[in-house]
Ligand binder design. Structure first.
Ligand code: CS2
Length: 491
């Protein structure tokens, strides 16, 4: 091994590996990003890297709100990392858009200084659904421990939203224009929800600032898409081989990427459209299509695939019964609930998603997609069930997927395996109290897990479908039935 990836070793990288064509010393930090996980580095940071070839203003200061891991991995590499695109072809690219990674608990003032800096014009976020501290009605949860803290200590925020409020306050106090805020997480109407939550938090301590946020800060909505599995040792070894250098935290994703950003007046946005993003007024249509026709089936595959003993998305899709169930779910149950945005052919979209799921080069762990189900299921599957029931359309497949989530929680809590979810404690208690009897267990999840909304909890059709799905998934787990029986149920 001859050293580590850094500015100093860039010229030793083999010619087949793309690298920044711009002078990294000449770029400025125009973007602060909250939550520098794998998806940010696979997606927004790659768009910014392409933009820096023509516009030096859009370097990124990445801010971790909790863990020092990204900072400890990237700062010794001057922010550089390898992006591996794994598809029909594999290619590697060195991404140079991240200039520094700050760790908020370690250097709070440096983070707030960056948010208040004149060069900073855009704040992007990937803090996952749970990072917004929203309640079941998608409003700010003022009982969330971080929000309680930020109301009491607004100058020393802990939450992502608290950092937005304090950053905007400092800018206003200094007579600076506010930054634009761009949520890049899988939430429907993400910018609208984030704007409301940010103003709500500000109003608790500074009503004039809240008015300023409501009237003068742009929160465009956006839809983001690129399948990005967690980094694993196999990737580290491939990158070491390709670079001849050590990269402490390379990133892998599929070749496909999409970024649809709402075109709102007054938003101070980099020209991401010049590097492949789409600027449109109808971002909601694109977001609904993606959340319902990609993320919904993804979650269904995760819980049903795990029940059937599979480990990755591609492996689950290689199971003809599971693939058949997912295709039926997408075409028969979910597609009718989606209003196709301008120019989007939903049949072609579905076919493309299924091809992407089958990508043999991507080992996307079902257990990773299974994280945070309490946050994901309402947006990805339960909203669709609500719409289908109102329109007297079927919900059998959706119910089977939600039932598979219940069985996932039941199995993990029964076997003492940790559940990754902001409500893990409550869910584990429900799972432990289950008796492996469909009607009793479904009733317990519906009344105690805090995930199924009241309208669905009181709908006898949905409850009956959940009970059928729960019993069938249990039979699949025990080998007494195969996944096709779910499709039989869906028939
Ligand atoms: C996945 C998403 O982990 C998950 O929940 O469904 O991360 C999915 O890979 C991305 O939204 C694809 O754009």
């Amino acid at each position: 091994m001859t050293g580590r990836l850094s500015d100093a070793s860039l010229d030793r990288i083999p010619p087949g590996v793309a690298r920044p064509g711009y002078d990294r010393a000449a770029i400025r930090t125009g973007i602060v990003h909250l939550g520098p996980g794998a998806f940010h580095r696979a997606h927004q940071a790659a768009y910014a890297d392409a933009l820096l070839e023509t516009d030096p203003r859009w370097g990124i200061c990445a801010v971790s709100l909790r863990s020092p891991d990204a900072a400890d991995a990237l700062n010794p590499q001057n922010g550089l990392y390898t992006l591996a695109r794994l598809d029909a072809q594999t290619d590697f690219q060195i991404i140079g858009s991240i200039r520094e990674v700050l760790v908020a608990p370690r250097e709070p003032e440096a983070v707030l200084d960056r948010l208040a800096a004149p060069d900073t014009r855009l704040v992007t976020l990937t803090v996952t659904e749970k990072g917004y501290c929203l309640d079941a009605d998608d409003r700010l949860d003022e009982t969330h421990p971080d929000i309680v803290h930020d109301i009491e200590n607004p100058r020393r925020p802990k939450s992502a939203i608290g950092h937005l409020v304090e950053g905007l306050r400092r800018r206003r106090e200094a007579g600076l224009q506010p930054f634009t805020v761009l949520c890049c997480d899988n939430l429907s109407d993400n910018g609208i929800k984030l704007a409301a939550a940010t103003a709500a938090l500000a109003r608790r301590t500074d009503p004039a600032l809240a008015d300023h946020i409501e009237s003068g800060v742009a929160f465009p909505r956006s839809m983001v898409d690129s399948i990005t599995p967690a980094t694993d040792d196999a990737l580290r070894a491939r990158v070491r081989e390709a670079l001849g250098l050590e990269d402490a935290w390379p990133i892998q994703r599929e070749a496909f990427t999409s970024w649809v950003i709402e075109d709102v007046p007054g938003a101070d946005l980099p020209d991401f459209a010049s590097v492949g993003a789409t600027l449109t007024r109808d971002v909601a249509g694109h977001a609904a299509a993606k959340l319902r026709l990609l993320n919904g089936p993804h979650s269904a595959l995760a819980y049903l695939g795990l029940a059937a003993g599979h480990e990755t998305v591609a492996e689950a899709m290689a199971d003809p019964m599971l693939a058949g169930f997912v295709e039926d779910l997408m075409t028969a149950e979910i597609r009718p609930s989606v209003m196709a945005p301008d120019g989007l052919d939903l049949d072609a979209y579905i076919a493309a998603v299924i091809k992407r799921f089958r990508n043999p080069a991507i080992a996307h762990q079902l257990a990773q997609i299974a994280w945070d189900g309490s946050q994901k299921l309402p947006i990805r599957l339960l909203d669709t069930a609500r719409d289908n029931l109102k329109a007297d359309r079927p919900v059998e497949g959706i119910a089977a997927a939600v039932a598979a989530w219940m069985r996932f929680i039941r199995r993990r809590s029964r076997d003492g395996i940790a559940i990754t979810d902001p409500h893990a404690e409550r869910l584990a208690a429900v799972g432990r109290a289950c008796e492996d009897r469909a009607n009793a267990d479904v009733a317990r999840f519906v009344t105690e897990a805090g995930v199924v909304p009241a309208a669905l909890a009181s709908d006898a059709r949905f409850i009956a479908a959940l009970e059928r799905g729960y019993a069938t998934v249990q039979a699949v787990e025990d080998g007494r039935a195969d996944v096709d029986s779910l499709r039989a149920g869906a028939a």
